[in-house]
Ligand binder design. Structure first.
Ligand code: DAH
Length: 339
């Protein structure tokens, strides 16, 4: 039995030495030291031994067990250290390696133009306001002197949410919402999306953007309107820009006009861009109709005001020489990267 014990000890130690993975350690423990292991099997044969031999062999078996347990622990520590070293090597991070550059975006041409126009007006003391795109019929039409069955509604057919709720067709409802608050004087511009049930083509889209302006104070005249809009046009398109006003009709202003600016491409000589006109239409404007002031709680005998509204896509298209409106909505990277 001594021989057997010795043989087991040698065999086990050799196996411990060769263990490559943590999992081997567990297997070896079961194989040599477990309840059904080789050492236990030998101890079961102790009964066959003589009374003198038993304690000697017993002592020896205990020594072997202790020895093997110690060696197994050592093997385990060796493997754990090796595994850790391996992981440290594998998961090493080179902090000096340059990072992956992230593609950086930039503002959309519509945002560039909108921000620029707002900042021109802010420079003249205007506040920038924003209003709801889902609007009440009252603010979009009624309070702007466009009652039910007024022909002006035909040109501004929109999407109805139901009842008196619709998608606003213009930013003009913000005139009413601002006046209603009753804080005078008013100097405000309001950019935002507007909606009309139009088919998409090179110059139309069911969603586009406008910028509204409103000034209400005592003694505001058409001269103030012209002064403000001429300064604005020169700041936006350059000092040499000339403007002209043409009489027009809007239900919420009286008198009303459209303002044209000299063509950015030819400077007024006439070219393909302005179709030989020399001028390009920029916005609608006028003196706020007394009825509109009154409906919003402002006394037209004491106060007067002017208003204007412009299409922002049109401004962007003029500014950048874009000939198709759809380009502004299609999110084509090749197009957008140019700005
Ligand atoms: N809301 C008008 C439109 O969508 C544009 C407009 C014209 C706005 C004259 C105004 C204005 O404030 O005074 O056609």
């Amino acid at each position: 039995m001594k021989e057997k014990l010795k043989a087991i000890q040698e065999k086990a130690m050799a196996a411990f030495q060769e263990a490559k993975e943590m999992k081997d350690i567990d297997d070896l423990k079961v194989k040599y030291l477990g309840k059904k292991g080789e050492l236990t099997a030998i101890l079961k044969e102790m009964g066959k031994l003589s009374a003198e031999e038993r304690p000697i062999i017993g002592q020896m078996a205990n020594d072997v067990r202790q020895n093997l347990e110690k060696r197994l622990d050592e093997a385990k520590n060796r493997l754990a250290a090796a595994e850790m070293a391996h992981r440290l090597e594998k998961e090493k991070i080179d902090v000096t390696m340059p990072g992956r550059a992230r593609a950086e975006g930039h503002r959309h041409p519509m945002s560039i133009v909108t921000d620029e126009i707002c900042s021109i007006f802010m420079g003249m003391g205007y506040e920038v306001a924003e209003g709801p795109e889902v609007e009440k019929d009252y603010y979009n039409f009624e309070a702007l002197n466009i009652p039910k069955n007024h022909p002006a509604r035909d040109e501004q057919d929109t999407f109805y949410i139901g009842g008196d709720i619709l998608l606003r067709t213009q930013t003009s409802p913000m005139q009413v919402r601002t006046m209603e608050k009753g804080k005078l004087p008013i100097r405000m511009v309001c950019p935002g999306a507007v909606y009309r049930s139009d088919e998409v083509d090179a110059t139309h889209s069911p969603v586009f953007h406008q910028l509204e302006g409103l000034v209400v104070d005592k003694n505001i005249t058409m001269g103030d309107l012209k002064g403000a809009l001429v300064v604005f046009a020169k700041e936006l398109f350059g000092e040499d820009t000339k403007v002209r006003f043409r009489p027009h009709h809007f239900p919420f202003t009286e008198p009303s006009a459209e303002m044209d600016v000299t063509c950015f491409a030819c400077g007024g000589k006439g070219c393909r861009v302005c179709k030989g006109e020399g001028y390009i239409e920029l916005l609608g404007c006028g003196m706020v109709h007394p009825k509109v002031l009154k409906m919003s709680g402002i006394d037209p005998d004491e106060y007067s005001g002017f208003a204007f509204g412009m299409g922002l896509e049109r401004v962007a298209m003029q500014r950048y020489g874009i000939t198709d409106l759809r380009l502004l909505f299609e999110n084509d990277m090749k197009f957008l990267k140019q700005f």
